[in-house]
Design a protein around this ligand. Structure first.
Ligand code: COA
Length: 132
């Protein structure tokens, strides 16, 4: 099935939020306007994957434009997993993101390992109660 990868636009927002809600990513699901501000913030790139017009995946990176970049979001709809959508979306956004390295906090070690990424240790300070 044809997979379209494109820059996230406001018209994709309802589909993107649905992905976050279904995955229980509350920080992103709680407030659509806040999520849009986050996804369209300066220094970020956000892409969506669509099949038959429906949003089936979303990814976002944050970069200093020169050296360091972070993968801040990667989420594929559950029923579309295991079909290469995550790999395609990550490869596309990594290609478009400036910087010489891309770091991330993983909750899918096997996936990133399968893509040949090197494991390093990471930490997170959460500022929202109950945040994922
Ligand atoms: C992790 C996630 C993005 C993977 O997306 P996907 O579309 O299912 O992955 P792909 O089909 O592109 O898989 C690419 C490769 O990774 C492997 N892979 C995918 N998920 C894996 C997992 N959980 N464990 C081990 N390997 C995995 C696949 O077997 C495939 O390997 P291959 O190319 O050698 O056959 C998706 O499962 C997801 O959205 N999960 C919930 C949210 C999440 O954890 N996001 C990551 C935030 S850190």
């Amino acid at each position: 099935m044809e997979l379209e990868i494109e820059g996230a636009r406001r018209e994709h927002l309802a589909g993107v939020r649905d992905l976050f809600m279904r995955e229980g990513w509350r920080s992103y699901a709680a407030d659509q306007e806040r999520t849009w501000r986050a996804l369209s913030a300066p220094g970020t790139i956000a892409l969506v994957a669509r099949q038959r017009g429906r949003v089936v995946g979303v990814a976002q990176t944050l970069s200093d434009g020169e050296i360091q970049a972070f993968l801040t979001v990667l989420l594929i709809a559950e029923e579309h997993r295991g079909a290469g959508v995550g790999r395609t979306l990550l490869e596309r956004i990594a290609h478009r993101t400036p910087g010489v390295r891309l770091d991330l906090i993983s909750c899918a070690d096997g996936f990133y390992g399968a893509l040949g990424m090197r494991r390093v240790s990471g930490f997170r300070l959460s500022r929202e109660r109950g945040a994922e």
